[in-house]
Ligand binder design. Structure first.
Ligand code: NAD
Length: 436
């Protein structure tokens, strides 16, 4: 469908700052250009379009912290609630020097679509503090976490905004956040955050959930293409939580993982990498450096290996207009958030590559976060088998929903996933009306 024939006058509605971010790698622009395309195909009414293009709330806080040497440092923290029409805001907190408000906004919007695509009763949020956690002591990290939590506490709560770990934050940080919130409200409140240690209200299966979700949707995609995961060849970029678990579970299904990589380098073994041995190596050495289970190859070449499945599970913006023409995988399962730039999408389409988009492919993590929130609120905890079974139901059903829409509208899986999630959020806005 020619875009100029569509009714929605996006150019006149789009916020004026859109033009400042035409860079291929701007996260907000990357997300918004997909949003615009889906909104146009849905023929979304301009009022709802304007609502969904703007975050509900953006909070910027100064976070003063006494450092170990006695100096006071002041960090900047953000929390953005993008949309809460479907339920409490849900989204991670990252500690990183590259955190910007634009990025937090983009990630908060992504969370809104991700929760809607798998039909969780959550809205979307994201938070971050500009800091370098690797150069900080544990005590400094704890004080940053507690003071930032206090800074955004007016937003937090099991019914309003429920954070989770993200880049450079983990279950330890979530435990401090939960404790700080609980001290302020005067009771122990587990359900204020997810991704907690299992001993204090975390869910079994949460750690493996994102990689498990990737495996499940990849299996569905291969079946749709008339292929079997048993015997399929796989390359995985990033060997952290998502990448290593996805590789392990795919190998357990009979796939041959021929390529893996992390910050230290990329490794190839045509006979198949022993994934368990690679995980053990990383546990012992903190990275794949020195791994002997494959030949070292150029990191960029991992992405262009001739494989059935490519799993980018490391960073944003790794598949771009520069390398997309050389990608030879049949299926791309986006374990990372935003690994493909919007400009690379049409190149992959033209090559007939089946892309399972991030908002669907890596939604297993937030799905089990939802289970954690439910279990905390019930005070009744499920076995790992039940968690995995329910995760399987949601991921398989969601893949089917997106595939059906993509066939119906003759669009790729990414556009279909955005259409599904935007239409779900828009429906709730129509039903609720505009409060005035
Ligand atoms: P992680 O920190 O555990 O792992 C990241 C991995 O990427 C590490 O192995 C690191 O060495 C590797 N890496 C970094 N730079 C690289 C490079 N240039 N080339 C190759 N590898 C590189 O992080 P994670 O939790 O596995 O998250 C990975 C991605 O998945 C992120 O985009 C994250 O936002 C997304 N994600 C994670 C979850 C989750 O539950 N953990 C859920 C949804 C999405």
């Amino acid at each position: 469908m020619a875009l100029d024939l569509l009714r929605l006058p996006t150019d006149s509605i789009v916020r004026p700052d859109k033009d400042r971010f035409l860079n291929e790698e701007n996260p907000f622009e990357g997300m918004m250009s997909r949003f615009d395309r889906a909104a146009e195909l849905l023929d979304l009414e301009p009022g709802i379009y304007k609502i969904l293009r703007n975050p509900e709330k953006q909070l910027i806080v100064s976070v003063p912290v006494m450092m170990d040497n006695g100096d006071v440092e002041v960090f900047t923290g953000y929390r953005v609630l993008y949309n809460t029409s479907r339920g409490p805001a849900k989204g991670g907190i990252r500690f990183d020097m590259n955190v910007t408000l634009e990025e937090v906004k983009a990630l908060a919007a992504w969370m809104t679509w991700k929760c809607a695509v798998v039909n969780l009763p959550f809205g979307g949020a994201k938070g971050g503090v500009i800091c370098d956690p690797l150069s900080m002591s544990v005590g400094e990290l704890e004080r940053v976490t507690r003071r930032y939590t206090k800074g955004i506490i007016s937003l937090l709560g099991p019914d309003t905004d429920v954070p989770a770990p993200d880049v450079n934050t983990n279950e330890r940080v979530m435990a401090w956040l939960m404790d700080t919130y609980s001290m302020h409200v005067g009771r122990t409140e587990n359900a204020v955050t997810t991704g907690k240690p299992v001993e204090m209200g975390g869910s079994l299966g949460r750690k493996e959930a994102t990689g498990r979700g990737c495996m499940l949707v990849t299996k569905e995609a291969l079946a749709h293409l008339g292929m079997d995961i048993n015997g399929a060849t796989v390359a995985v970029q990033g060997f952290g939580n998502v990448g290593s678990i996805a590789a392990k579970l795919m190998a357990q299904q009979g796939a041959k993982v021929v390529g893996i990589s992390d910050r230290a380098g990329a490794f190839y073994n045509a006979k198949g990498i022993d994934v368990d041995a690679a995980i053990k190596h990383v546990q012992q050495h903190r990275s794949l450096e020195g791994f002997t289970g494959g030949d070292m190859i150029d990191a960029e070449d991992l992405l262009t290996l001739e494989v059935d499945v490519l799993v980018p599970a490391a960073l944003e913006n790794v598949i771009t207009t520069k390398n997309a023409p050389r990608i030879r995988a049949k299926v791309i399962c986006e374990g990372a958030n935003g690994p493909t730039t919007a400009a690379a999408d049409p190149i992959l389409d033209e090559k007939g590559i089946f892309v399972i988009p991030d908002i669907l492919a890596n939604a297993g993590g937030v799905t089990v976060s939802y289970f954690e929130w439910v279990q905390d609120r019930m005070g009744y905890f499920w076995s790992e088998a039940i968690v995995n079974e329910r995760l399987g139901d949601i991921m398989t059903r969601s893949f089917g929903d997106v595939l059906q829409l993509s066939k119906q509208h003759r669009v790729n899986m990414r556009t279909a996933a955005y259409m599904l999630s935007i239409s779900r959020v828009a429906t709730v806005h129509r039903l609720r009306g505009i409060y005035a």
